[in-house]
Ligand binder design. Structure first.
Ligand SMILES: C[S@@+](CC[C@H](N)C(=O)[O-])C[C@H]1O[C@@H](n2cnc3c(N)ncnc32)[C@H](O)[C@@H]1O
Length: 290
């Protein structure tokens, strides 16, 4: 507890000794309510008791093993600052690349198809990271993006994040249910783009870090004995829901590229491609409805 004399400079130094400087900075910014340049301005000022109590509470949660992103309550993803908590997967940097690829395809599809808004879907949206990025980064009014999830809790988080988009969120729609079943039947054969980052970890994968297994929703992570159960389900229905020349973009796990490509081909999709992430690992599987 502060007696009103400890400065933010001292608190930052003390927190950095335990958690490193960048992480300590994020925590102190959150507790002080002063971000970026504003935090520099408060460095010499004393923290209030309430602010120190907030910092202490966050440090206790970190000590219990909770991921930093949940402790902070928000995390940045491309152009967005997303609310995140235990109801949703923490959005990952590799998914930012998947969105980059999806946005390139979306721009090409906007050039190919004249109808506006052009319908697209983000299946298994979680925090809304993928679908809301499409809505925020593509030209205003050009797309209608459906955000779906089987988890009502996750959709509540995605809705809250959509509200933060302002006018760019006007073309966002929500559907609750399993994969394509969350969408209205009018979209059968009409979607220009389907993007998904489905669960793709095998149930017994020993490489999953304890903080991931212990804190993130299991339904967002695991998909059968080989991790590809949900990719199979999505691929099997994709040709029904995509329009001719519509595109599917799916995030896959490192080492799953060849198997994912075989699944997309077997589902009758064409132009199947697997692209790596910055570390050279399989990450994006994409295909087109002929
Ligand atoms: C790997 S997370 C991805 C979350 C978010 N799209 C992202 O990239 O950060 C997978 C998401 O799929 C959802 N999910 C799992 N099974 C599903 C199903 N059968 N139908 C729809 N969504 C499902 C989970 O609730 C979770 O939000």
């Amino acid at each position: 507890m502060s007696d009103g004399t400890i400065s933010w400079r001292q608190l930052w130094d003390e927190t950095a000794a335990l958690h490193g400087r960048p992480q300590a900075r994020w925590l102190c910014e959150e507790a002080s309510g002063a971000f970026g340049d504003e935090f520099r301005d408060v460095l010499q000022r004393p923290a209030t008791e309430r602010q120190v109590a907030h910092l202490d509470a966050m440090l206790a949660r970190l000590l219990a093993g909770e991921p930093l992103q949940y402790v902070l309550g928000h995390w940045s993803f491309r152009t967005l600052d997303l609310l995140v908590d235990r109801r949703v997967l923490i959005p990952r940097p590799e998914t930012e690349l998947v969105v980059g690829a999806a946005i390139e395809h979306a721009r090409a599809l906007l050039g190919r198809f004249p109808d506006r808004p052009l319908p697209m879907a983000d299946l298994g949206t979680g925090s809304g990271a993928i679908g809301l990025s499409l809505a925020a980064e593509l030209p205003r009014g050009a797309v209608e993006v459906w955000l779906t999830d089987v988890s009502a809790d996750a959709l509540d988080v995605a809705r809250a994040n959509a509200a933060g988009l302002g006018i760019a969120g006007a073309g966002v729609r929500f559907g609750e249910g399993s994969w394509f079943a969350a969408l209205p039947s009018e979209l059968v054969g009409a979607l220009a783009l389907v993007v998904s980052n489905p669960p793709y970890i095998a149930h017994d994968d020993p490489r999953v870090e304890p903080s991931v297994r212990g804190w993130e929703p299991a339904a967002a992570l695991f998909a059968g004995p080989d991790g590809l159960a949900d990719v199979r389900t999505i691929a099997a229905a994709a040709a029904t829901w995509l329009r001719p020349n519509g595109r599917l973009v799916v995030e896959v796990g490192s080492g799953q590229g060849a198997e994912a490509a075989a699944i997309l081909s077997a589902a009758g999709l064409g132009e199947v491609e697997v692209l790596p992430d910055l570390a050279g690992h399989d990450r994006i599987a994409t295909a087109v409805r002929d």
